[in-house]
Ligand binder design. Structure first.
Ligand code: ADP
Ligand code: MG
Length: 445
Protein backbone atom coordinates (compact mmCIF):
# COMPACT_ATOMS: atom_id res chain seq x y z
CA UNK A 1 0.00 0.00 0.00
CA UNK A 2 1.37 3.42 -1.02
CA UNK A 3 0.86 5.92 1.80
CA UNK A 4 1.57 9.60 1.25
CA UNK A 5 4.04 11.40 3.51
CA UNK A 6 3.05 14.87 2.36
CA UNK A 7 0.00 17.02 2.97
CA UNK A 8 -1.21 20.33 4.34
CA UNK A 9 0.29 21.32 7.68
CA UNK A 10 -0.88 24.14 9.90
CA UNK A 11 1.87 25.79 11.96
CA UNK A 12 0.67 27.80 14.95
CA UNK A 13 3.26 30.05 16.63
CA UNK A 14 3.28 33.67 17.90
CA UNK A 15 6.91 34.14 16.87
CA UNK A 16 7.35 35.05 13.20
CA UNK A 17 10.92 33.70 13.05
CA UNK A 18 9.77 30.25 14.10
CA UNK A 19 6.92 30.38 11.62
CA UNK A 20 9.04 31.31 8.65
CA UNK A 21 11.86 28.92 9.47
CA UNK A 22 9.54 25.93 9.91
CA UNK A 23 7.41 26.72 6.92
CA UNK A 24 10.38 27.08 4.61
CA UNK A 25 11.80 23.79 5.72
CA UNK A 26 8.46 21.95 5.26
CA UNK A 27 7.75 23.54 1.88
CA UNK A 28 11.18 22.55 0.67
CA UNK A 29 10.14 18.98 1.39
CA UNK A 30 7.01 19.12 -0.70
CA UNK A 31 4.44 20.03 1.94
CA UNK A 32 1.76 22.67 1.83
CA UNK A 33 1.84 25.03 4.77
CA UNK A 34 -0.84 27.11 6.50
CA UNK A 35 0.11 29.63 9.17
CA UNK A 36 -1.62 30.96 12.31
CA UNK A 37 -0.24 33.37 14.87
CA UNK A 38 -2.37 32.43 17.86
CA UNK A 39 -4.98 29.91 19.15
CA UNK A 40 -8.06 31.77 17.91
CA UNK A 41 -6.52 32.32 14.51
CA UNK A 42 -5.64 28.62 14.36
CA UNK A 43 -9.20 27.45 15.15
CA UNK A 44 -10.63 29.82 12.56
CA UNK A 45 -8.27 28.56 9.87
CA UNK A 46 -8.88 24.89 10.71
CA UNK A 47 -12.64 25.41 10.41
CA UNK A 48 -12.10 26.96 6.97
CA UNK A 49 -9.77 24.30 5.66
CA UNK A 50 -8.86 21.06 7.37
CA UNK A 51 -5.07 20.39 7.45
CA UNK A 52 -3.61 16.89 7.72
CA UNK A 53 -1.47 17.83 10.71
CA UNK A 54 -1.09 20.71 13.18
CA UNK A 55 2.17 21.90 14.76
CA UNK A 56 1.03 23.81 17.82
CA UNK A 57 3.12 26.09 20.08
CA UNK A 58 2.28 25.80 23.78
CA UNK A 59 3.18 29.25 25.05
CA UNK A 60 1.12 31.86 23.26
CA UNK A 61 -0.72 35.00 24.37
CA UNK A 62 -4.51 34.65 24.64
CA UNK A 63 -5.56 31.00 24.62
CA UNK A 64 -2.48 28.85 24.93
CA UNK A 65 -1.63 25.64 23.08
CA UNK A 66 -3.29 23.30 25.62
CA UNK A 67 -6.54 25.26 25.49
CA UNK A 68 -6.46 25.41 21.66
CA UNK A 69 -5.86 21.67 21.53
CA UNK A 70 -8.78 21.11 23.93
CA UNK A 71 -11.14 23.18 21.78
CA UNK A 72 -10.10 21.38 18.58
CA UNK A 73 -10.59 17.98 20.25
CA UNK A 74 -14.10 18.93 21.39
CA UNK A 75 -15.27 19.69 17.87
CA UNK A 76 -16.29 16.55 15.95
CA UNK A 77 -15.14 17.99 12.61
CA UNK A 78 -11.63 18.76 13.87
CA UNK A 79 -11.04 16.16 16.57
CA UNK A 80 -9.31 13.68 14.26
CA UNK A 81 -6.55 16.02 13.10
CA UNK A 82 -3.30 14.93 14.76
CA UNK A 83 -1.58 17.64 16.80
CA UNK A 84 2.14 17.90 17.62
CA UNK A 85 3.10 20.30 20.39
CA UNK A 86 6.10 22.58 20.09
CA UNK A 87 7.70 23.50 23.37
CA UNK A 88 10.88 25.17 24.65
CA UNK A 89 10.48 23.61 28.06
CA UNK A 90 11.90 20.27 28.71
CA UNK A 91 9.55 19.89 31.64
CA UNK A 92 8.12 16.39 31.44
CA UNK A 93 4.91 17.62 33.20
CA UNK A 94 4.15 19.72 30.13
CA UNK A 95 4.82 16.77 27.85
CA UNK A 96 2.48 14.55 29.83
CA UNK A 97 -0.18 17.27 29.93
CA UNK A 98 0.15 17.74 26.16
CA UNK A 99 -0.24 14.05 25.46
CA UNK A 100 -3.17 13.79 27.87
CA UNK A 101 -5.16 16.54 26.11
CA UNK A 102 -4.86 14.57 22.88
CA UNK A 103 -1.57 15.50 21.21
CA UNK A 104 0.17 12.70 19.33
CA UNK A 105 3.73 13.93 19.83
CA UNK A 106 5.90 16.92 20.75
CA UNK A 107 9.01 18.60 19.39
CA UNK A 108 11.35 20.77 21.36
CA UNK A 109 12.72 24.18 20.50
CA UNK A 110 15.17 25.15 19.16
CA UNK A 111 14.23 22.98 16.21
CA UNK A 112 16.41 20.31 14.68
CA UNK A 113 15.24 20.43 11.08
CA UNK A 114 15.80 16.72 10.43
CA UNK A 115 13.97 15.71 13.59
CA UNK A 116 10.99 17.94 12.81
CA UNK A 117 10.77 16.54 9.30
CA UNK A 118 11.08 12.98 10.50
CA UNK A 119 8.31 13.39 13.08
CA UNK A 120 6.06 15.25 10.69
CA UNK A 121 6.50 12.51 8.09
CA UNK A 122 5.75 9.74 10.58
CA UNK A 123 2.55 11.39 11.72
CA UNK A 124 1.40 12.25 8.23
CA UNK A 125 1.97 8.67 7.29
CA UNK A 126 0.07 7.44 10.37
CA UNK A 127 -2.78 9.85 9.74
CA UNK A 128 -3.06 8.87 6.09
CA UNK A 129 -2.82 5.21 7.02
CA UNK A 130 -5.65 5.63 9.52
CA UNK A 131 -7.76 7.37 6.90
CA UNK A 132 -7.11 4.62 4.36
CA UNK A 133 -7.96 2.00 6.95
CA UNK A 134 -11.16 3.78 7.90
CA UNK A 135 -12.14 3.96 4.26
CA UNK A 136 -11.34 0.27 3.75
CA UNK A 137 -13.33 -0.57 6.85
CA UNK A 138 -16.24 1.40 5.52
CA UNK A 139 -16.03 -0.44 2.19
CA UNK A 140 -15.80 -3.75 4.01
CA UNK A 141 -18.89 -2.94 6.06
CA UNK A 142 -20.80 -1.99 2.91
CA UNK A 143 -19.64 -5.17 1.24
CA UNK A 144 -20.69 -7.27 4.23
CA UNK A 145 -24.10 -5.62 4.28
CA UNK A 146 -24.50 -6.21 0.57
CA UNK A 147 -23.37 -9.80 0.95
CA UNK A 148 -25.76 -10.42 3.83
CA UNK A 149 -28.60 -8.98 1.77
CA UNK A 150 -27.72 -11.19 -1.14
CA UNK A 151 -27.46 -14.27 1.05
CA UNK A 152 -30.88 -13.50 2.53
CA UNK A 153 -32.32 -12.96 -0.93
CA UNK A 154 -30.82 -16.16 -2.24
CA UNK A 155 -32.02 -18.10 0.81
CA UNK A 156 -35.50 -16.78 0.13
CA UNK A 157 -35.35 -17.78 -3.51
CA UNK A 158 -34.04 -21.21 -2.59
CA UNK A 159 -36.71 -21.89 0.00
CA UNK A 160 -39.36 -20.74 -2.48
CA UNK A 161 -37.89 -23.07 -5.09
CA UNK A 162 -37.86 -25.90 -2.57
CA UNK A 163 -41.49 -25.29 -1.70
CA UNK A 164 -42.44 -25.22 -5.39
CA UNK A 165 -40.55 -28.43 -5.92
CA UNK A 166 -42.28 -30.14 -3.03
CA UNK A 167 -45.66 -29.00 -4.34
CA UNK A 168 -44.92 -30.24 -7.83
CA UNK A 169 -43.73 -33.51 -6.39
CA UNK A 170 -46.93 -33.95 -4.39
CA UNK A 171 -48.94 -33.16 -7.48
CA UNK A 172 -46.94 -35.60 -9.55
CA UNK A 173 -47.39 -38.35 -6.99
CA UNK A 174 -51.11 -37.66 -6.84
CA UNK A 175 -51.47 -37.62 -10.63
CA UNK A 176 -49.31 -40.71 -10.91
CA UNK A 177 -51.42 -42.47 -8.27
CA UNK A 178 -54.60 -41.53 -10.07
CA UNK A 179 -53.31 -42.69 -13.41
CA UNK A 180 -51.97 -45.98 -11.99
CA UNK A 181 -55.30 -46.54 -10.27
CA UNK A 182 -57.10 -45.60 -13.47
CA UNK A 183 -55.13 -48.13 -15.46
CA UNK A 184 -55.75 -50.80 -12.86
CA UNK A 185 -59.47 -50.08 -12.79
CA UNK A 186 -59.69 -50.02 -16.58
CA UNK A 187 -57.81 -53.31 -16.71
CA UNK A 188 -60.06 -54.96 -14.13
CA UNK A 189 -63.17 -53.66 -15.90
CA UNK A 190 -61.91 -55.09 -19.16
CA UNK A 191 -61.13 -58.46 -17.58
CA UNK A 192 -64.59 -58.64 -16.04
CA UNK A 193 -66.30 -57.98 -19.36
CA UNK A 194 -65.10 -61.20 -20.93
CA UNK A 195 -66.48 -63.74 -18.43
CA UNK A 196 -69.47 -61.48 -17.99
CA UNK A 197 -70.35 -61.88 -21.64
CA UNK A 198 -70.36 -65.73 -21.19
CA UNK A 199 -72.79 -65.39 -18.33
CA UNK A 200 -75.02 -62.82 -20.01
CA UNK A 201 -75.00 -64.71 -23.32
CA UNK A 202 -75.70 -68.10 -21.70
CA UNK A 203 -78.47 -66.75 -19.54
CA UNK A 204 -80.38 -65.96 -22.73
CA UNK A 205 -80.03 -69.59 -23.88
CA UNK A 206 -80.72 -70.94 -20.43
CA UNK A 207 -83.92 -68.91 -20.34
CA UNK A 208 -85.02 -70.35 -23.70
CA UNK A 209 -84.11 -73.91 -22.72
CA UNK A 210 -85.90 -73.69 -19.42
CA UNK A 211 -88.94 -72.22 -21.11
CA UNK A 212 -88.90 -75.19 -23.50
CA UNK A 213 -88.42 -77.69 -20.69
CA UNK A 214 -91.32 -76.22 -18.77
CA UNK A 215 -93.51 -76.34 -21.84
CA UNK A 216 -92.49 -79.93 -22.39
CA UNK A 217 -93.33 -80.86 -18.82
CA UNK A 218 -96.72 -79.14 -19.04
CA UNK A 219 -97.39 -81.13 -22.20
CA UNK A 220 -96.63 -84.39 -20.36
CA UNK A 221 -98.86 -83.40 -17.47
CA UNK A 222 -101.63 -82.62 -19.91
CA UNK A 223 -101.37 -85.77 -22.02
CA UNK A 224 -100.65 -88.15 -19.11
CA UNK A 225 -102.63 -86.83 -16.15
CA UNK A 226 -102.55 -90.30 -14.56
CA UNK A 227 -99.03 -90.57 -13.13
CA UNK A 228 -97.35 -93.31 -11.14
CA UNK A 229 -96.80 -92.74 -7.44
CA UNK A 230 -93.01 -92.48 -7.69
CA UNK A 231 -93.29 -89.45 -9.98
CA UNK A 232 -96.05 -88.00 -7.84
CA UNK A 233 -94.04 -88.21 -4.64
CA UNK A 234 -90.94 -86.76 -6.32
CA UNK A 235 -92.99 -83.81 -7.62
CA UNK A 236 -94.15 -83.15 -4.09
CA UNK A 237 -90.66 -83.50 -2.72
CA UNK A 238 -89.22 -80.89 -5.06
CA UNK A 239 -92.29 -78.64 -4.79
CA UNK A 240 -92.67 -78.80 -8.54
CA UNK A 241 -95.42 -76.20 -8.87
CA UNK A 242 -93.52 -73.60 -6.83
CA UNK A 243 -90.30 -74.38 -8.69
CA UNK A 244 -91.95 -73.86 -12.07
CA UNK A 245 -93.27 -70.50 -10.94
CA UNK A 246 -90.03 -69.31 -9.31
CA UNK A 247 -87.52 -70.45 -11.90
CA UNK A 248 -88.32 -67.79 -14.57
CA UNK A 249 -88.08 -65.09 -11.89
CA UNK A 250 -84.70 -66.35 -10.78
CA UNK A 251 -83.46 -66.27 -14.34
CA UNK A 252 -84.84 -62.76 -14.67
CA UNK A 253 -83.00 -61.46 -11.62
CA UNK A 254 -79.81 -63.12 -12.85
CA UNK A 255 -80.24 -61.19 -16.08
CA UNK A 256 -80.71 -57.93 -14.16
CA UNK A 257 -77.61 -58.65 -12.09
CA UNK A 258 -75.47 -59.34 -15.13
CA UNK A 259 -76.75 -56.17 -16.74
CA UNK A 260 -75.82 -54.15 -13.66
CA UNK A 261 -72.31 -55.59 -13.60
CA UNK A 262 -72.04 -54.70 -17.26
CA UNK A 263 -73.08 -51.10 -16.55
CA UNK A 264 -70.62 -50.77 -13.71
CA UNK A 265 -67.72 -52.08 -15.74
CA UNK A 266 -68.62 -49.77 -18.64
CA UNK A 267 -68.72 -46.84 -16.25
CA UNK A 268 -65.41 -47.81 -14.70
CA UNK A 269 -63.84 -47.96 -18.11
CA UNK A 270 -65.34 -44.66 -19.08
CA UNK A 271 -64.20 -43.07 -15.82
CA UNK A 272 -60.64 -44.22 -16.16
CA UNK A 273 -60.11 -43.70 -19.84
CA UNK A 274 -56.42 -43.48 -20.52
CA UNK A 275 -56.25 -40.31 -22.55
CA UNK A 276 -53.18 -38.59 -21.23
CA UNK A 277 -51.73 -37.56 -24.57
CA UNK A 278 -54.58 -36.60 -26.89
CA UNK A 279 -57.89 -34.92 -26.37
CA UNK A 280 -60.94 -36.83 -27.55
CA UNK A 281 -64.60 -35.91 -28.13
CA UNK A 282 -66.45 -36.92 -25.02
CA UNK A 283 -69.99 -36.94 -23.69
CA UNK A 284 -69.81 -34.94 -20.44
CA UNK A 285 -72.99 -36.62 -19.13
CA UNK A 286 -71.37 -40.02 -19.49
CA UNK A 287 -68.49 -38.70 -17.38
CA UNK A 288 -70.76 -37.35 -14.64
CA UNK A 289 -72.85 -40.53 -14.59
CA UNK A 290 -69.87 -42.82 -14.35
CA UNK A 291 -68.46 -40.66 -11.54
CA UNK A 292 -71.75 -40.87 -9.65
CA UNK A 293 -71.76 -44.63 -10.09
CA UNK A 294 -68.28 -44.88 -8.66
CA UNK A 295 -69.33 -42.71 -5.69
CA UNK A 296 -72.55 -44.75 -5.24
CA UNK A 297 -71.35 -46.43 -2.05
CA UNK A 298 -70.78 -43.01 -0.48
CA UNK A 299 -74.10 -41.58 -1.69
CA UNK A 300 -76.40 -44.39 -0.63
CA UNK A 301 -78.19 -44.55 2.72
CA UNK A 302 -76.42 -45.88 5.81
CA UNK A 303 -77.41 -46.32 9.45
CA UNK A 304 -76.75 -42.65 10.25
CA UNK A 305 -78.48 -40.94 7.32
CA UNK A 306 -80.77 -41.54 4.35
CA UNK A 307 -79.18 -41.46 0.90
CA UNK A 308 -77.83 -38.23 -0.54
CA UNK A 309 -80.20 -37.13 -3.28
CA UNK A 310 -78.83 -36.32 -6.70
CA UNK A 311 -80.93 -34.07 -8.89
CA UNK A 312 -79.79 -33.95 -12.47
CA UNK A 313 -80.83 -31.23 -14.85
CA UNK A 314 -78.99 -32.08 -18.04
CA UNK A 315 -79.14 -29.75 -21.03
CA UNK A 316 -78.46 -30.61 -24.65
CA UNK A 317 -74.68 -30.75 -24.84
CA UNK A 318 -72.40 -31.20 -27.80
CA UNK A 319 -69.44 -33.56 -27.40
CA UNK A 320 -66.51 -31.76 -25.79
CA UNK A 321 -62.94 -32.16 -26.97
CA UNK A 322 -61.14 -32.94 -23.71
CA UNK A 323 -59.18 -35.34 -21.53
CA UNK A 324 -62.14 -37.36 -20.20
CA UNK A 325 -60.46 -39.08 -17.26
CA UNK A 326 -59.09 -35.76 -16.04
CA UNK A 327 -62.50 -34.11 -16.22
CA UNK A 328 -63.97 -37.12 -14.43
CA UNK A 329 -61.41 -36.54 -11.71
CA UNK A 330 -62.65 -32.95 -11.39
CA UNK A 331 -66.29 -34.12 -11.07
CA UNK A 332 -65.13 -36.70 -8.54
CA UNK A 333 -63.19 -34.15 -6.45
CA UNK A 334 -66.09 -31.68 -6.33
CA UNK A 335 -68.79 -34.25 -5.56
CA UNK A 336 -66.59 -35.99 -2.96
CA UNK A 337 -66.07 -32.61 -1.25
CA UNK A 338 -69.84 -32.10 -1.07
CA UNK A 339 -70.23 -35.57 0.47
CA UNK A 340 -67.45 -34.76 2.98
CA UNK A 341 -69.23 -31.51 3.88
CA UNK A 342 -72.52 -33.42 4.42
CA UNK A 343 -70.75 -35.98 6.60
CA UNK A 344 -69.51 -33.18 8.77
CA UNK A 345 -72.79 -31.33 9.33
CA UNK A 346 -74.75 -34.58 9.65
CA UNK A 347 -72.62 -35.38 12.68
CA UNK A 348 -74.78 -33.40 15.08
CA UNK A 349 -78.13 -34.25 13.44
CA UNK A 350 -80.48 -37.17 13.93
CA UNK A 351 -81.63 -39.49 11.14
CA UNK A 352 -85.12 -37.98 11.09
CA UNK A 353 -83.78 -34.42 11.12
CA UNK A 354 -81.74 -35.22 8.03
CA UNK A 355 -84.76 -36.92 6.47
CA UNK A 356 -86.91 -33.79 6.74
CA UNK A 357 -84.05 -31.67 5.43
CA UNK A 358 -82.29 -34.06 3.08
CA UNK A 359 -78.75 -33.77 1.72
CA UNK A 360 -79.03 -32.75 -1.88
CA UNK A 361 -76.65 -32.31 -4.79
CA UNK A 362 -77.92 -30.52 -7.88
CA UNK A 363 -76.05 -31.13 -11.10
CA UNK A 364 -76.93 -28.80 -13.95
CA UNK A 365 -75.38 -28.76 -17.41
CA UNK A 366 -75.94 -26.23 -20.16
CA UNK A 367 -74.60 -25.37 -23.55
CA UNK A 368 -74.35 -21.61 -24.00
CA UNK A 369 -74.60 -21.22 -27.74
CA UNK A 370 -73.53 -17.59 -28.04
CA UNK A 371 -70.32 -18.12 -26.07
CA UNK A 372 -69.74 -21.68 -27.32
CA UNK A 373 -69.24 -22.79 -23.74
CA UNK A 374 -70.43 -25.84 -21.85
CA UNK A 375 -71.14 -25.23 -18.17
CA UNK A 376 -71.42 -27.83 -15.45
CA UNK A 377 -72.67 -26.66 -12.11
CA UNK A 378 -72.47 -28.86 -9.01
CA UNK A 379 -74.30 -27.42 -6.04
CA UNK A 380 -74.86 -28.83 -2.58
CA UNK A 381 -77.08 -27.69 0.30
CA UNK A 382 -74.36 -28.37 2.86
CA UNK A 383 -72.73 -25.93 5.31
CA UNK A 384 -71.29 -23.68 2.62
CA UNK A 385 -67.86 -22.05 2.75
CA UNK A 386 -67.07 -18.96 4.86
CA UNK A 387 -65.30 -16.14 2.96
CA UNK A 388 -61.93 -16.54 4.68
CA UNK A 389 -61.85 -20.23 3.71
CA UNK A 390 -63.30 -19.60 0.25
CA UNK A 391 -60.35 -17.47 -0.81
CA UNK A 392 -58.04 -20.41 -0.04
CA UNK A 393 -59.92 -23.44 -1.36
CA UNK A 394 -58.00 -23.60 -4.64
CA UNK A 395 -54.63 -23.23 -2.93
CA UNK A 396 -52.27 -26.12 -2.99
CA UNK A 397 -52.40 -28.25 0.18
CA UNK A 398 -55.12 -26.11 1.75
CA UNK A 399 -57.51 -28.26 3.74
CA UNK A 400 -59.82 -27.85 6.70
CA UNK A 401 -60.05 -31.60 7.16
CA UNK A 402 -58.14 -33.80 9.60
CA UNK A 403 -54.95 -35.57 8.55
CA UNK A 404 -55.82 -38.67 6.58
CA UNK A 405 -59.18 -37.27 5.54
CA UNK A 406 -58.08 -34.27 3.51
CA UNK A 407 -54.99 -33.67 1.40
CA UNK A 408 -55.84 -30.19 0.16
CA UNK A 409 -55.04 -31.33 -3.36
CA UNK A 410 -58.50 -31.94 -4.82
CA UNK A 411 -59.50 -28.43 -5.78
CA UNK A 412 -56.03 -27.19 -6.70
CA UNK A 413 -55.61 -30.11 -9.10
CA UNK A 414 -59.14 -29.53 -10.42
CA UNK A 415 -58.35 -25.88 -11.05
CA UNK A 416 -55.21 -26.88 -12.93
CA UNK A 417 -57.11 -29.45 -15.03
CA UNK A 418 -59.93 -27.07 -15.92
CA UNK A 419 -57.98 -23.85 -16.41
CA UNK A 420 -54.60 -25.00 -17.68
CA UNK A 421 -55.40 -28.25 -19.51
CA UNK A 422 -58.78 -27.15 -20.91
CA UNK A 423 -58.49 -23.35 -20.91
CA UNK A 424 -61.74 -23.22 -18.99
CA UNK A 425 -62.88 -21.63 -15.75
CA UNK A 426 -63.56 -23.15 -12.35
CA UNK A 427 -65.41 -20.93 -9.89
CA UNK A 428 -66.56 -21.41 -6.34
CA UNK A 429 -69.73 -19.63 -5.29
CA UNK A 430 -70.87 -20.00 -1.73
CA UNK A 431 -73.13 -18.42 0.80
CA UNK A 432 -72.20 -19.67 4.26
CA UNK A 433 -75.05 -21.71 5.67
CA UNK A 434 -76.66 -22.13 2.28
CA UNK A 435 -74.33 -24.59 0.59
CA UNK A 436 -71.55 -24.44 -1.94
CA UNK A 437 -71.63 -24.32 -5.71
CA UNK A 438 -68.80 -25.10 -8.10
CA UNK A 439 -69.20 -24.07 -11.73
CA UNK A 440 -67.02 -25.43 -14.51
CA UNK A 441 -66.98 -23.63 -17.84
CA UNK A 442 -65.42 -25.42 -20.83
CA UNK A 443 -64.90 -23.60 -24.13
CA UNK A 444 -65.70 -25.71 -27.19
CA UNK A 445 -63.13 -24.44 -29.69
N1 ADP B 1 -68.72 -28.39 -1.01
C1 ADP B 1 -67.98 -27.88 -0.04
N2 ADP B 1 -68.54 -27.46 1.12
C2 ADP B 1 -67.78 -26.92 2.12
N3 ADP B 1 -66.43 -26.79 2.05
C3 ADP B 1 -65.81 -27.19 0.93
C4 ADP B 1 -66.54 -27.75 -0.17
N4 ADP B 1 -65.65 -28.06 -1.15
C5 ADP B 1 -64.43 -27.69 -0.68
N5 ADP B 1 -64.51 -27.18 0.56
C6 ADP B 1 -63.38 -26.66 1.37
O1 ADP B 1 -62.24 -26.56 0.54
C7 ADP B 1 -61.13 -27.22 1.14
C8 ADP B 1 -60.19 -27.73 0.06
O2 ADP B 1 -60.77 -28.77 -0.69
P1 ADP B 1 -59.83 -29.79 -1.46
O3 ADP B 1 -58.84 -29.02 -2.28
O4 ADP B 1 -60.68 -30.76 -2.19
O5 ADP B 1 -59.00 -30.49 -0.32
P2 ADP B 1 -59.51 -31.56 0.77
O6 ADP B 1 -60.85 -32.06 0.32
O7 ADP B 1 -58.46 -32.62 0.75
O8 ADP B 1 -59.59 -30.80 2.06
C9 ADP B 1 -61.77 -28.29 1.99
O9 ADP B 1 -60.91 -28.70 3.04
C10 ADP B 1 -63.02 -27.58 2.50
O10 ADP B 1 -62.71 -26.76 3.60
MG1 MG C 1 -61.26 -32.75 -1.58
Amino acid sequence: MQVRETGTILIVDDQPTNLSMLSRSLQRNGMTVMLAINGQDAIQKVLNQKPELILLDIQMPGIDGFETCNLLKQNTTTQDIPIIFMTASIDSKDKIKGLSVGAVDYITKPFEEEEVLARVRVHLKLSNLTKTLEHKNFLLEELTKDLEERVAQRTNQLSQALEDLQNTQMQLIQTEKMSALGQLVAGVAHEINNPLSFIAGNIEHTEDYIQNLIEHLRLYQHEYPQTVSLIESHAQKIELNYLLEDLPQIIDSMKTGAERIYNISTSLRSFSRSDTTNKVYFDIHEGIDSTLLILRHRLKANERRPNIEIKKDYGELPLVNCFPSQLNQVFMNIIANAIDAFDEINNGRSYSEIQTNPNLINITTRFIQEHQVVTISIEDNGPGIPDEIKKNVFKHLFTTKTVGKGTGLGLSISLQIVEEKHEGKLKCISLPGKGAKFVIGLPLK
